[in-house]
Structures are given as structure tokens and as C-alpha cells.
Write a protein that binds this ligand. Structure first.
Ligand SMILES: Nc1ncnc2c1ncn2[C@@H]1O[C@H](COP(=O)(O)OP(=O)(O)O)[C@@H](O)[C@H]1O
Ligand SMILES: [Mg+2]
Length: 194
């Protein structure tokens, strides 16, 4: 389909990458690769302290050698760090994202919640992708259903440049972040944070 062979579908956890990727997988000309699964199954390395991290070098090599007749969508929060033709960054309104992060990680995952919320407010993923020189477009998923977002992505793959140019770095969102930090401050970190 269209002009891009390799596409990164990226964004912080809980923005809706997997939900939207599942819809995109139903399109004939699209092949979706779940990057998290691929990393766990084939491309993780143990670094200091036994912590597993993604072997980005090996992953890059693998991705460069991918052969497909279809447009390959790499779904995952590291996908924009790979040699892709375009990065599509899903952006989600911080308040809404907080609710989803809280549901996923619980109060014990507060460091993960706050880190990802900060990253979303600052727009870290978009910056990382742009600084690599990758064409980068943003989709605000907070005002769309996953189906609508998927349709928009198909249009992008067909050559239309849709870009919501999100800016969550506002007084209001910084205030929100402070209030969440305050709310979670008495909870101890879970065992996944050492
Ligand atoms: N556009 C949306 N509107 C409402 N809920 C959504 C939307 N996109 C995702 N969700 C919900 O948010 C949660 C996180 O979505 P998921 O696709 O797992 O995110 P990611 O893969 O980016 O971590 C899921 O419970 C999903 O059902
Ligand atoms: Mg996911």
C-alpha cells in the first residue's frame, strides 16, 4: 500500500498502539509486527544486574532484512528507533492517559505511571523520532475511536499527511502532573522497581 515500506506505530504505553495495530492487521496490504513480542522471543539481552533489554542492533539488522510485499507496521514504543520510513506517534490527552496507566500498572507502578505521563506531556517520542531525521506525524487518539485512528493511518500510508501537531506542555497539564505526584506520593514502589 502506498509510499512507505516500513512504518513505526509508536507512543508511550497505553496510548492505544496494540488496539489500533489489531485493527490495521485486518487490512489486506498491511502486515503488523508486534515489536514487544519479537523482542521477548528473539531480541532481548541481559545487561548489568540481570535486567533484560532490547538488543536494538540485532533488531535493526532483522528489520533491514524484512521482506514483505505489504506495508510492514512495527508496533511498539521502541519502533521509531529503528530504520523506518515514517514514524506515526499516537498521542493521548494526559488526563485520559493517566487513567489508563493507573488501570494497567496500579498504584504500585507509580514510577512507571509518572515517567510515562511526563514523557507524554513533554512529547519525548516525537522528539526522539524527529531527532533521528525520520518523517514523524502525530495522531491525537483522545478525540478518536481506535477505528477512526486506524482509518487515518491507512490514509497516511496512502500518502496523505495528517498531523495533529500535539502540544501537551501546558500549565494545566503540569499542574495535573504535580497533583498526581502528590496523590501517589505515599504509595511504595512495587517490586518491579528497584
Ligand atoms: N481510542 C481509544 N478510546 C478508548 N480506549 C482506548 C482507545 N485506545 C485504546 N484504548 C484502551 O486503552 C488501553 C490501552 O490500549 P493498548 O492498545 O493496550 O495501548 P498500548 O499498546 O499503546 O500500550 C486498553 O484498555 C484499550 O482498550
Ligand atoms: Mg501494546
Amino acid at each position: 500500500m502506498g509510499i512507505y515500506k516500513l512504518v513505526a506505530l509508536t507512543g508511550v504505553p497505553c496510548v492505544g498502539k496494540s488496539t489500533i495495530a489489531n485493527i490495521l492487521a485486518g487490512y489486506r496490504d498491511v502486515e503488523v509486527v508486534n515489536l514487544n513480542r519479537l523482542i521477548i522471543e528473539k531480541f532481548s539481552i541481559k545487561s548489568g544486574g540481570g535486567v533484560k533489554t532490547a538488543d536494538m542492533e540485532a533488531l535493526e539488522k532483522y528489520v533491514r532484512n524484512l521482506k514483505s510485499e505489504k506495508t510492514v507496521i512495527l508496533e511498539g514504543h521502541l519502533s521509531h528507533l529503528l530504520p523506518v520510513d515514517i514514524a506515526i506517534v499516537l498521542r493521548c490527552e494526559p488526563k485520559l492517559l493517566y487513567e489508563r496507566l493507573l488501570l494497567r500498572y496500579g498504584v504500585k507502578g507509580k514510577r512507571k505511571i509518572i515517567e510515562n505521563l511526563e514523557a507524554e506531556i513533554i512529547g519525548v517520542i516525537t522528539c526522539e523520532a524527529r531527532l533521528r531525521g525520520v518523517k514523524t506525524l502525530e495522531i491525537d487518539v483522545s478525540k478518536r475511536t481506535p477505528q477512526q485512528a486506524a482509518k487515518l493511518i491507512i490514509q497516511i500510508l496512502q500518502g496523505k499527511d495528517v498531523n495533529d501537531c500535539v502540544n501537551w506542555l501546558t500549565e494545566e497539564n503540569i499542574e495535573l502532573l504535580h497533583s498526581i505526584r502528590e496523590k501517589l506520593k505515599d504509595y511504595k514502589f512495587g517490586s518491579d522497581y528497584t
